[in-house]
Design a protein around this ligand. Structure first.
Ligand SMILES: [Zn+2]
Length: 235
């Protein structure tokens, strides 16, 4: 562990480095090629990734507030069950009534931002003023995506995100940190996905504004490529 690190991160610097095999596992877990993953946020006891860490600015230039993305299919499915059962509504009601919980959740938001800054620094992204003060999952005052909160809890370790911790405890029937549930959880046969085959699967919500900005950037890149007909563009 790096003693100088004031941030709460479950994995030390060496364990955060994604190997080629980690990236392949992520794309198999998500059933699509991954991009802009700069670190692994959390790992199974067996070493497989549980959480992909994305830099606060994508290689396309788009600011990206959601640092931690839950990738393990057993966990994402279990968390989806909690969402379907209405746990987010319960939590939102409780946030409005319990000042201690609300303060803890607000602290989790600050922790998230601090670690994201550190990740931006480590990955060479630098400061991303467009998303300053904007975290994810509904923090600091609402719960909008439990996958985001559980991803944060796994990456930060226990005691940082009270609602992420609670959601993790609530899926204990299907997944716990101490037992590997990787066997059979994703397709390990054949080549890793080279195309997105997961469009119908909704787990973590991506901000529509970001989706829109990404589409716009992709369109601009295509148009720029079409203009330069004489040269072969790699874009
Ligand atoms: Zn495992």
């Amino acid at each position: 562990m790096d003693a100088a690190n004031q941030n709460h991160e479950a994995l030390d610097a060496a364990a955060r480095v994604p190997s080629a095999q980690d990236l392949e596992t992520l794309s198999r877990q998500l059933n699509r090629p991954v991009r802009d993953v700069v670190e692994i946020g959390a790992r199974c006891t067996c070493g497989n990734p549980l959480v992909a860490t994305t830099a606060p600015r994508l290689s396309s230039g788009i600011p990206f507030p959601t640092t931690y993305y839950l990738t393990h299919p057993v966990i994402t499915a279990a968390v989806s069950r909690l969402e379907a059962a209405g746990l987010m509504n319960e939590m939102n009601t409780e946030l409005g009534e319990d000042a201690v919980l609300a303060a803890g959740y607000a602290r989790a938001h600050e922790e998230y931002l601090a670690v994201r800054d550190a990740i931006g620094e480590r990955s060479g992204t630098g400061a991303v003023p467009e998303i300053a003060g904007v975290s994810a999952g509904g923090m600091p005052t609402r719960v909008k995506c439990l996958h985001v909160l559980v991803g944060h809890s796994l990456a930060a370790g226990p005691g940082i995100n009270p609602l992420g911790d609670r959601a993790l405890a609530a899926i204990a029937e299907w997944w716990t940190t101490d037992i590997c549930r990787c066997a059979g959880a994703w397709d390990t046969e054949g080549p890793a996905p080279s195309q997105d085959r997961s469009r119908h699967v909704k787990t973590q919500a991506v901000d529509p504004a970001i989706k829109q900005a990404e589409r716009k950037a992709a369109r601009a890149a295509r148009e720029a490529a079409a203009v330069g007909t004489d040269e072969v563009s790699g874009a």
